[in-house]
Write a protein that binds this ligand. Structure first.
Ligand code: HEC
Length: 192
């Protein structure tokens, strides 16, 4: 057998097999990459879904102000208003201005903006008082407290309700129930 024959008999089938193998490897590699990309996309969507749910810790809980029920779309607007107008002082998650010691005076001797989440005591106030607080601003001694600005000229009455409704999503079910009871008791006291 001369050299020419050896190349055709052994070399050509070898080259052919190598071509087939490398094509197969390429196909498998391409498929696994696109699988990974798909998984990533699905992962991102489910993260977004979780985020969207997490935005309203209220879950199915009913959020009410003076007997009016507030729904997701209004709570979302309330969240946007809160982020824009309240979060700088009360904390993005309602944790208060000085979360480590919210009720302790700072070096200036004044107490900062209180938390609105379940660690605070905003839920001790009736709906009427909460609305008044946001509309007219704080009425505590400015020597002992930082000042809570009035929002009556900045936000509409409706926006004030939305932001209070959103704050209520930061409370526990028990706190919401207790605050609703307080509001109803106060209402019936004044309607007698
Ligand atoms: C410049 C800082 C600042 C901003 C902005 C601010 N607050 Fe306040 N807020 C305070 C301070 C300080 C207090 C406590 C002072 C007081 O009671 O007079 C307070 C008190 C309150 C209270 C009474 C809560 C309690 O537990 O006694 C409510 C309700 C409230 N703020 C809601 C809001 C809402 C809603 C917004 C946004 C629309 C807002 N605040 C924006 C500083 C601020």
């Amino acid at each position: 057998m001369d050299d020419k024959w050896r190349i055709s008999c052994c070399g050509l089938p070898l080259i052919f097999t190598m071509c087939v193998c490398s094509t197969l490897i390429l196909i498998v590699a391409a498929r696994s990459t696109s699988d990974r990309q798909q998984t990533q996309v699905v992962g991102e969507y489910s993260n977004q879904a979780q985020l969207a749910q997490g935005q309203h810790s209220s879950g199915d809980a009913q959020i009410q102000i003076l007997g009016r029920r507030f729904y997701e779309i209004e709570l979302t607007q309330g969240r946007a208003i809160y982020t824009q107008y309240c979060a700088a002082c009360h904390g993005i998650d309602g944790q208060g201005q000085f979360p480590a010691s919210p009720l302790e005076p700072d070096v200036t001797g004044r107490i900062g903006a209180p938390p609105h989440n379940e660690t605070g005591h905003s839920w001790h106030h009736s709906d009427v008082l909460l609305i008044r607080y946001v509309t007219e601003g704080g009425f505590s001694d400015p020597a002992r407290f930082y000042i809570m600005p009035p929002f009556g000229d900045i936000l509409t009455d409706e926006q004030i309700l939305f932001v209070i409704a959103y704050i209520k999503t930061m409370w526990t079910d028990e706190q919401r129930a207790s605050q609703q009871q307080l509001t109803e008791d106060e209402q019936s006291m004044f309607s007698d």
